[in-house]
Design a protein around this ligand. Structure first.
Ligand SMILES: [Zn+2]
Length: 274
């Protein structure tokens, strides 16, 4: 039985990701226990492993109630996550219990200093990245106790993965993120088109996720900062937005090697005020 990838919506805008093969289930970031319990009971599944990206409450609060059902391991890379049964140290690789699912644990600090992401290169016909609150479709996570430099480095690491990689992030923020992206550059057709699709999906109650890395490279301002820092229309739009919302943030006319990081940082700072 091939693996299936399921997004379980919960709270206001969280997704719990669940992989199953009609026998076992593997769960990423159980924000709450109930959506997972409901799904595994309805589909008669055995809960194998739980993977955790970081310690924030909306990623871990289901752990204690689900722990008695776990037949494998509760895996994470932070002492701030209560209830782990296996502490890993990124970068590393593991195989999920009762399966042949290979998982590469990638260090993706920035949102928090000890955030990790889980990349399964052969899960579906493409690889899948569970990136928690690091890269959102059209955006990125806020900086809590990590640094902008860490987040920038994490984006660069993620962008090394194959373009077809499916991006399974933990929040439905896509529409707001794309509205911000269009505030930077309203004429950007790929972003306009993607926002139309996302609005249609959301109006029908569908998730806008998973995205793909190829899509993110076209529409995500933070990916675009890294890939094409010399895009003059986009850079001009960012400058104009900065002048309107954040004149105190200073100039972005910096040396070539720092340009991508400056644009990335300015995007993140402006989004906080947008
Ligand atoms: Zn978080």
């Amino acid at each position: 039985m091939p693996y299936q990838l399921i997004a379980l919506p919960c709270r206001t805008d969280n997704y719990i990701w669940l992989i199953h093969n009609d026998t076992h289930a593997w769960v990423i970031d159980p924000s709450l226990a109930a959506p997972v319990r409901n799904y595994i009971v309805r589909h008669n599944l055995i809960l194998a492993d739980i993977l955790i990206t970081h310690h924030h409450h909306d990623h871990v609060e289901g752990i204690s109630e689900l722990a008695p059902l776990v037949t494998g391991r509760i895996i994470g890379d932070s002492e701030r996550i209560a209830g782990l049964t296996e502490r890993v140290h990124a970068p590393c690789q593991l195989i999920l219990s009762h399966s042949d699912i290979i998982v590469q644990v990638l260090p993706t600090a920035g949102h928090t200093f000890d955030h990790v992401s889980y990349y399964c290169p052969h899960l579906l016909q493409t690889g899948v990245l569970f990136c928690g609150d690091t890269l959102f479709s059209g955006g990125c996570g806020r900086i809590f106790d990590g640094t902008l430099q860490q987040l920038f480095d994490s984006f660069k690491r993620i962008m090394q993965l194959p373009d077809e990689t499916q991006i399974a992030c933990a929040h439905e923020y896509t529409e707001a993120n794309l509205n911000f992206a269009l505030a930077i550059q309203s004429s950007h057709l790929p972003t306009q088109n993607h926002l139309n699709q996302v609005k249609y999906a959301r109006a029908n109650g569908w998730a806008s996720l998973p995205s793909t890395l190829a899509v993110e490279k076209r529409i995500n301002p933070y990916c675009r900062a890294i890939m094409a820092p010399q895009d003059s229309d986009w850079k001009a739009g960012l400058k104009a937005l900065a002048a309107q919302y954040a004149p105190d943030l200073g100039t972005i006319d910096v040396s070539e090697e720092d340009l991508a990081f400056s644009l990335f940082s300015l995007c993140r700072a402006l989004k906080n005020r947008f």
